[in-house]
Design a protein around this ligand. Structure first.
Ligand SMILES: Nc1ncnc2c1ncn2[C@@H]1O[C@H](COP(=O)(O)OP(=O)(O)O)[C@@H](O)[C@H]1O
Ligand SMILES: [Mg+2]
Length: 235
């Protein structure tokens, strides 16, 4: 039994009169502190799986449990408040708030998660230090490169200390060096005891995780150990 349990999950999207079945009976477990990559070609269901685990959406059929909470059975409001406290999400296009600085983007997440005001600034600066951007805390997103924006997004995703970090194609818009840096940060986050699930169509990057699950047409077609160091060393 994992920290994340996905049991026979099916997901249909209905668009007009057309039904698309994005997931067809997916089951998997992710252990606490594991770094799992979900890979597969475009349209294989990676994003759908990430959204369902995050509680942004619910399965058509099947069950998702995270840390013992059956997320797939919560109503929308309960899922939203559960997610704000328990999940950090990193997206392909960063989604930083353009009118807030790097520091303010990180602070906002802490405020939404109910972290006391007195503790926020010091922790936000520590997180920006962790992602190598302490000196750029006062920059706006448009004053940062793509790789830097994604590092701010990672600092923001872990700002409220959630046990689960989900990343959906976080490296897709970056050059090779920045792709590696983002995956290294995800590795360090998992080494600090967080559970990390990382969706990518990039098979080479996926191999840097502890384990790789392969999806095709909404079905798990393979699972193998990645090349990443399995040791759990605290940063
Ligand atoms: N909101 C949506 N509405 C309708 N179809 C969708 C939606 N999201 C995804 N799909 C469809 O579900 C399938 C899986 O998509 P997705 O989970 O985005 O795969 P991936 O992330 O691997 O590219 C695709 O056929 C896609 O077109
Ligand atoms: Mg996707």
């Amino acid at each position: 039994m994992g920290f994340v349990e996905v049991r026979d999950v099916w997901k249909d999207y209905v668009v007009g009169r057309v039904r698309v079945t994005a997931l067809r009976g997916v089951s998997l477990d992710v252990d606490a502190g594991e770094f799992l990559a979900v890979t597969g070609p475009s349209g294989s269901g990676k994003s759908t799986l990430i959204y369902l685990i995050s509680g942004l959406d619910v399965p058509t059929r099947g069950l998702i449990r995270v840390g013992g909470v059956e997320v797939s059975r919560l109503d929308q409001a309960s899922r939203a408040s559960w997610r704000r406290r328990n999940v950090g999400i990193v997206f392909q296009f960063f989604h930083l708030i353009p009118t807030l600085t790097a520091l303010e983007n990180v602070l906002l997440t802490m405020e939404l998660a109910g972290i006391p005001a007195g503790k926020r600034v010091e922790r936000a600066l520590e997180l920006l230090e962790f992602v190598g951007l302490r000196d750029k805390a006062d920059r706006y997103p448009w004053e940062l490169s793509g790789g830097e924006q994604q590092r701010v997004a990672i600092a923001r995703a872990i700002a409220h200390n959630p046990p689960l970090i989900l990343a959906d194609e976080p490296t897709a818009n970056l050059d090779y060096e920045n792709k590696l840096r983002i995956v290294e940060l995800l590795r360090e986050i998992s080494n600090s005891g967080k559970t990390v699930v990382f969706a990518t169509h990039d098979v080479e990057l996926a191999r840097k995780a502890d384990r790789v699950i392969r999806l095709r047409d909404g079905v798990v077609v393979g699972s193998e150990g990645g090349g990443g160091a399995p040791s759990k060393i605290s940063p």
